[in-house]
Design a protein. Sequence first.
Length: 309
Amino acid sequence: MEAAAHRNHKRSSIAQIWYKYKWYYIFVIPMFAYFTLFVYIPYFGLTMAFQDYKFFNPASSPWVGFKHFINFFNSRDFPRLMRNTLLISTLRLICGMPIPIIFALLLNEVRVSWYKRTIQTVTYFPNFLSWVIYSGVMMTLLAPSGVVNFIAKSLGMTPPNFLVTGSTFVPVLIISDILKGFGFGAIIYLAALSSVDEQLYEAAAIDGAGKWRQIWHITMPGIRPIIVVMFVLALGGILNAGFDQIYNMYNASVYEVSDILDTYVFRIGFSGQQYSVGTAVGLFKGVIGFAMIVSANYVIRRMGEASIW
């Protein structure tokens, strides 16, 4: 009887909790549905990487083991795709990660509220534009008859054709990516800065510490855990070089420096209808990304820093 009463009490408590927080659970439903439909269910499609998949007759698709992985690793495209993907991803990480942090630190020092809100709005806005629109804007500005070339010619310079020259196309990718996302990326660092105790700054000022010393000895240690976490998460996407951006900006003239794993998968998967090869490359990316996150998290935890788990 006591066990039955305990179970009834437990069910009643769970029901009360569900009723109390029902709106929270309702708001979670769209996110749960999204991840279920577009993340977890597609996992079953990973079997295509080990088959000669037949789109119109999936049941008769023969199993071929690691054939598609081996063929991809031995192909002429593999070294070029890996080089381009790692180069662009590494440059995006090295050049792109410090900018939101620096911007957040500078914005945190602004004391005029309306001016601060205006800067935030202006810098956040590009993030809400799709790469289709943003790439169109960049291509218009950098076209031979665009504003950038016009200004360069007015100054007596001879600018290159940025979008069809291999040596300038990658820098254009990195700079345009930074300009689009640094304002929005600073949000999480601004939130971390708000948790730093103001009394620490007051005590440091009394002790004679200048602004730079306060930033170095108070602000940076205060937001270091979130910087580490963001760095670990970024390493997980080291093979994601930005498909949306590159697909909307690249052309045949710069394939040699801009063709990455994602554009290769898209091209052979939808145009070449080689679904098994595309799935194999996607699975390869996922395994590498998972290994990078686990390794980086382990190293950082051993160093005594805050880790993801």
